[in-house]
Design a protein around this ligand. Sequence first.
Ligand code: AMP
Ligand code: ZN
Length: 467
Amino acid sequence: MALKLFNTLTRSLQEFAPSAADANKIGMYCCGPTVYDYAHIGNWRTFVFADLVRRTLEFFGHEVRHVMNITDVEDKIIKRVQEQKVSLREFTGRFEAAFFADLKTLNCLPPHLTPRATEHIPEIIALIEKLIARGVAYRAGDSSVYFSIAKYRGCGCTYGQLQKLNFDELRVGERVAADEYDKEAVADFALWKARVPADGAVFWPSPWGEGRPGWHIECSAMSMKALGESFDLHLGGEDLKFPHHEDEIAQSEGATGKPFVKHWLHAAHLLVEGKKMSKSLGNYFTLRDLLANGFTGREVRFLLLTAHYRETFNFTIEGLHGAKTALARIDECVGKLRELAGGTAAVPNRELVEQFKAALEDDLNISAAWASVFEWVRKVNRALAENSMTHAEAASHLAAWEKVDSVLGVSAAAETEASAELKALLMERQSARQSKDFKRSDAIRDELKAKGWIIEDSPKGQRLKKI
Ligand code: AMP
Ligand code: ZN
């Protein structure tokens, strides 16, 4: 079998086949955060999903170039910059730093490139100029530039590739200036917004006068700069299908005349305790809120990874407690394997890896993937309890878990600090050596090694180091 993923573009499950040019290299773009606040747990569902996709592709042997933009100029940001009377960079820098810290807490692999919109103004302007030259964008009376849906469709291009749109309501030339707009608004959208007093100091010069880019054009410009005019994979939450992603397609294909992205993946939304998350309902959580309540990044990551990405996920506090219990089960099993394996290198046990792989191949069937993990935990625990596992088998199981965890990313970091019990053994060895009881001292060294620790000389004397 091969990896199959649901492509929003074709509305079907498709074998994931990278473009022929370099079959193993995959360009993957995920719309990143709008840095106007701390990312909430719904945002994190989408970013943890993107991390799962990236890790899965790497598990399947692909080389991924993972790009995630930082939207650091957009309507909501400008509003808050004005309210708080700070500079744009001061405002966005704070939330951008928090975002990267949270990304780490959730053990998401850092994207290879995280371009900021404000650092791509020349590319954005060049792209808009191209669209004007191709006749699908126009400068309006207020010096803003809009994308013309009618002209674009008139060239035989399709607007509405990701979802069906109702064009009966379309009145030619009707415009929408906001970055986010309703599903009903099939109207010309802003590429460049002419400067208005409410923008304060947030503006750049352009051939059409001072102003700032629209949100959609930012992603077209940054993704194509990083990954080329056509690339393999584009991800985001399902709310971005329209208008954001539809507009990205129109802008990119309108400018280049080439297909923009081959596979589009969208993650369904997250609800909290069955309800849409909202500050007024008191069910709005940032990652930081959960950490302050004693949960860990691992637990949140585990919970977010328990549901299939195309299913709406109901996030509950009870679920987080369940995550704690499940992780403790895995930790205990893996801890025992580490102890028994004692640092022996081994080929991964095939059964777990094969079952896990088969689950991922089926459109990232994460429930089946976890089922294979917990079935394995059960079997390993049984063998350990019966004392029927050899060092080599333990090492092979451990290697299998490490392979699987290269995708899941939920393992507790291997201990780097020896327990008090092991430190006591080290001290006993030192006194055995002092009294020239080398038999005892060697026996302790072997016992420590079997437990996965070696003795190392350091300026402060001997210490234990994990193998
Ligand atoms: P934003 O920072 O608002 O641009 O959103 C960042 C990402 O989070 C986008 O891909 C959104 O689709 C996604 N997102 C926003 N709200 C939710 C939610 N409730 N559940 C899942 N993903 C969400
Ligand atoms: Zn985007």
